[in-house]
Design a protein around this ligand. Structure first.
Ligand code: ZN
Length: 296
């Protein structure tokens, strides 16, 4: 039995792909913030991915500065949020949330820099970005880590074109607002599922076409930011566009990773929305994203 077990172990580690995860406990808010579980998800998802036996490497992150966040937001808005004088995306002035925001945006930016420079797929266990506009918070989102990372990647690292594939159920309206306000449409390509009416009757067709959609929109990008939101699942109480079964969620993620592998575009994955109860149902869906990544 022994040699066989050894062989199996070696085969496993050879086949599994390393998953660089950009995480620091400062990006979590552990106490309950009401309806959205997004602030406590990072720790739970990282733990779950480790328990699945995937080779997770935790990479250091840094907090973004006020000036860095303000590349995509009004400076007074950034200061008002960080000083807990303005309402955050959860509709309160929590100091704990304010403290976490430079780290959540930092997690995503550090994952983006590594992906771009090393040409590797990376993971940022973050949520709560795409409804945040140039000078407003909305829908559990305060700062738009997607837009911030795209603009900083261009400014600091000379990236030519950045893609944002937002497959959360809801429209990335904050992202659109910032792209317009900061005149970034010439180097950011944005597709958001929430702007399309995908229901049970047309979601099979949409999924089948996803590889083509990715090639049409993002083939020329240096890096793709992927919002792997799970609120487009059919059982999610907030489902808007998508209405995917669990099996279709897995297919969605496989299409994203397999197509980007083919195009040789590094993908930066984050978690985005999910509202099913209990929380384990959301974690299970995020686990499937990790499995789809491994299987692609
Ligand atoms: Zn959503």
């Amino acid at each position: 039995m022994k040699p066989k077990l050894k062989t199996t172990a070696i085969t496993m580690s050879d086949e599994l792909k390393e998953m660089p995860v950009f995480y620091n406990k400062n990006q979590c808010v552990n106490h309950d913030l009401g309806y959205s579980p997004s602030a406590k998800k990072p720790k739970l998802v990282v733990q779950a991915w480790k328990q699945m036996g995937y080779p997770i490497t935790i990479h250091k992150i840094r907090a973004l500065s006020i000036e860095e966040i303000a590349v995509a937001h009004d400076l007074n808005y950034v200061k008002g949020i960080l000083n807990a004088k303005l309402n955050n995306g959860f509709g309160n002035k929590s100091q704990d949330v304010a403290k976490s925001l430079q780290w959540t945006t930092g997690s995503f930016f550090c994952a983006a820099v590594y992906a771009y420079l090393q040409k590797r797929n990376t993971f940022s266990p973050t949520s709560g970005f795409h409804h945040a506009g140039y000078n407003f918070a909305n829908g559990f989102c305060t700062f738009n880590g997607l837009a911030i990372a795209a603009i900083l990647l261009r400014k600091q690292h000379k990236a030519q074109r950045i893609g944002i594939l937002d497959l959360d159920a809801h429209a990335g309206d904050g992202t659109e607002h910032i792209i317009d306000k900061t005149n970034c449409r010439d180097f950011i390509t944005h597709y958001s599922l929430g702007y399309h009416d995908i229901q049970k009757h047309n979601n099979v067709e949409w999924l089948e076409n996803l590889p083509v959609l990715i090639k049409q929109h993002f083939a020329h990008c240096d890096v793709l930011f992927y919002q792997a939101g799970v609120d487009c699942h059919e059982d999610d109480p907030e489902v808007y566009s998508g209405h995917f079964t669990t099996a279709q969620m897995y297919t969605r993620d496989k299409h994203v990773y397999a197509t980007c592998n083919e195009l040789k575009i590094p993908v930066v994955t984050n978690l985005a929305g999910g509202y099913q109860k209990p929380l384990q149902k959301i974690i299970d869906l995020h686990n499937m994203t990790a499995k789809a990544f491994q299987d692609s």
